[in-house]
Design a binder for this molecule. Structure first.
Ligand code: PLP
Length: 414
């Protein structure tokens, strides 16, 4: 075995890995990357189809990002945002992000950005933020958060609780109290015989409302959703799903947290994924493509009305006591800022939108196709840079309730 691979087995505990299998097979050690390619230690080249973990949006070897990091390290390698300290890259990144943000309910003024280092910590911040907000405005019972089965929101204690995948709960004694899960909007698997997309979305909204009423609306603070579910299986909700969900939430004064950790920054052919899915959020979690993963950085976008509600109580309560040593790390912020400039200069969002339509057309040709080997039937749901293809391949694969006649089109506003 490669000596570096042996050292891996001796010294590393790998995240999200079958540890027993890893001991048998050893690691795949990747040495370098360029554009869409990475090379392993033996010199084999791979197409990095997943862009790392859905994050290396501009591809590998982007010199402009390397330079942005080096220049910022030379100038101010670390700076904090605690206790009113600030720095240029943190401020300029927040200013730049304004133009990327979607239309949001009740929102008029500039967003406020609260930085972190990962998608998980952004979602943990979301949980703490809605708790804090409801406490300071005098609604201490309104705390529970609704997430969805098959949703993925990360792995820290609160974020893993929001995640709706059993492996992330079992043996970790999760989820924590105050997290509820509602149905997954996957018509292909969960629609009933003869149920249209519209009827399926209506049923899911009714199920959500029943859950809220059962629990008592005064105890529910927020719902969290990825515009398209990623890690849980690339699930594109039916077209009217989010408007119906939003109407239910509005009736009970419940916030909608938009987890844009993988859908944001053009992946669905729109600046934020919610715009492609007709989803109107209250707050937004950002990470991954924010810096094309050249350095870790995340952010929670806080609407002006929520931020305003925190100001006066702060006179009495003192500090808003949340944040990380590396919140808005200046080197990560400088890289993210340069990354967004490159996105804009190269029209990456427009490119994703155009490419998505082309792929969609080509994949439509596969709709319902049959392979002689498997007698597979399936469904191609296409959303810009993602192409989930669901195939039914033999008796061991559970049959979907329904095969769509045609794939849903990405729903773009512009
Ligand atoms: C939608 C979504 N939210 C949150 C996360 C967690 O992000 P991180 O792994 O940076 O903590 C992920 C990770 O893939 C994600 O896909």
């Amino acid at each position: 075995m490669d000596p570096l691979a042996e050292k891996d087995l001796t010294h590393l505990l790998h995240p999200a890995t079958n540890l027993a299998q890893h001991r048998r097979t050893g690691p795949l050690v990747i040495e370098r990357g360029e554009g869409i390619y990475v090379w392993d230690r033996q010199g084999r080249r791979y197409i990095e189809g997943l862009a790392g973990l859905w994050c290396v949006a501009l591809g590998y070897g982007e010199e402009a990002l390397v330079e942005a990091a080096a220049a910022q390290m030379r100038k101010l390698a670390y700076g904090q945002l605690f206790a009113s300290r600030s720095h240029e890259p943190g401020i300029l990144l927040a200013e730049r992000l304004q133009a990327w943000m979607p239309a949001s309910r009740r929102h008029t003024g500039p967003w406020k950005f609260l930085y972190g280092n990962s998608g998980s910590d952004a979602n943990d911040t979301q949980v703490k933020l809605v708790r804090y907000y409801n406490n300071v405005i005098g609604r201490p019972r309104k705390k529970k958060i609704i997430a969805r089965l098959h949703g993925y929101h990360g792995v820290t204690v609160a974020a893993a609780s929001l995640t709706g995948l059993p492996a992330f709960h079992a043996h970790f004694d999760l989820p924590i109290d105050g997290v509820l899960h509602t149905a997954c909007p996957h018509a292909f698997r969960h629609a009933e015989e003869g149920e249209s997309d519209e009827q399926f979305a209506t049923r899911l909204a009714a199920e959500l409302e029943a859950l809220i009423e059962r629990e008592d609306p005064d105890t529910i603070a927020a719902m969290i959703a990825e515009p398209i579910m990623g890690a849980g299986g690339l699930i594109v909700p039916p077209e009217t799903y989010y408007p119906k969900i939003r109407a239910v939430l509005d009736r009970h004064d419940i916030l909608l947290i938009d987890d844009e950790v993988i859908c944001g920054f053009g992946r669905l052919g729109t600046p934020m994924g919610c715009e492609a899915m007709d989803m109107v959020p209250d707050t937004v979690s950002l990470a991954k493509a924010l810096s094309s993963a050249y350095l870790p950085i995340s952010a929670v976008a806080v609407p002006d009305w929520m931020h305003e509600a925190l100001i006066e109580p702060s006179e009495k309560l003192g500090a808003f006591a949340h944040g990380f040593t590396y919140s808005g790390h200046p080197v990560a912020a400088a890289v993210a800022l340069r990354n967004l400039e490159l996105f804009e200069e190269r029209d990456i969002v427009g490119h994703a939108a155009r490419t998505g339509v082309h792929f969609q057309k080509r994949l439509q040709a596969l709709q319902g196709c049959r392979s002689s080997a498997t007698s597979a039937g399936g469904d191609c749901s296409v959303a810009s840079s993602w192409w989930p293809i669901r195939a039914r391949a033999g008796a061991s694969t559970p049959a979907p309730r329904r095969l769509s006649a045609s794939p849903p089109l990405p729903r773009r506003k512009a």
